[in-house]
Design a protein around this ligand. Structure first.
Ligand code: SF4
Length: 210
């Protein structure tokens, strides 16, 4: 049985004072604000970001991650200096999100083949949207059998665009990191350059895949 004293110990953490919160928040606000978003991609580029590993600890002295693909915050709460964008544009929600990022971020970076030129999702650009959806939901051997297969529709689902677009065809993008996914070292190099006020210099050794 749990002893009363154990319970008290468990509940007796010192909560940070409001004064402390304000100080921490103020320090955080002084840093370079960085945001990330995933559009039409597979999250592989986001995982590559995590390959920065412990090097991010040094950078966190200078940058604060305001919004990331790993959280469920839909909008950027405050103006950001740098934004990393994974994925291309494949529906109206992607367009809205990308435009929101452009309005609220100084430097926009396309990360990975999907953001840079559409990537794998853009393979559907060779056929009409109708044919693509029919193949996926009606003719596909994996289509649900029994009831007549239908293409899913609901008014709350974002409308799919006729083509998949690279980000720079929707808004201005400032930098491009190629790869599927880019190497974590390449993402780190770009972030490190920008965080330290250097001109971005991505050597080909970090962007070669042969
Ligand atoms: S570029 Fe490759 S890894 Fe990145 S989101 Fe697209 S498919 Fe995934």
């Amino acid at each position: 049985m749990e002893k009363e004293t154990d319970k008290n110990t468990f509940y007796s953490h010192d909560l940070p004072s409001t004064k402390m919160d304000t100080k921490v928040m103020a320090k955080r606000d002084e840093k370079i604000q960085v945001a990330m978003i995933g559009l039409c991609g597979c999250w592989g580029c986001t995982l590559s970001f995590l390959d920065i590993d412990e090097r991010i600890i040094g950078l966190l002295e200078k940058v604060a991650i305001t919004r990331s693909s790993l959280t469920d915050i839909k909008r950027i709460p405050k103006r950001c200096k740098i934004a990393f964008v994974e994925g291309g544009v494949a529906n109206e929600e992607n367009i809205e999100t990308l435009e929101h990022f452009r309005e609220n971020c100084d430097i926009m970076i396309s990360v990975g083949a999907c953001a840079v030129w559409g990537g794998v999702p853009a393979m559907r650009n060779d056929v009409s949207l109708k044919d693509c959806l029919t193949e996926a939901y009606v003719c596909n051997v994996g289509a649900v059998t029994g009831d007549k297969p239908v293409i899913p529709y609901h008014k709350d689902l974002p409308r799919i665009t006729n083509k998949v677009y690279p980000c720079h065809e929707v808004v201005k993008m400032d930098y491009f990191i190629p790869g599927c996914p880019p190497d974590g070292d390449a993402i780190f190099k770009v972030l490190d350059d920008l965080a330290n006020g250097r001109e971005v210099n991505l050597p080909t050794s970090l962007t070669r895949y042969d």
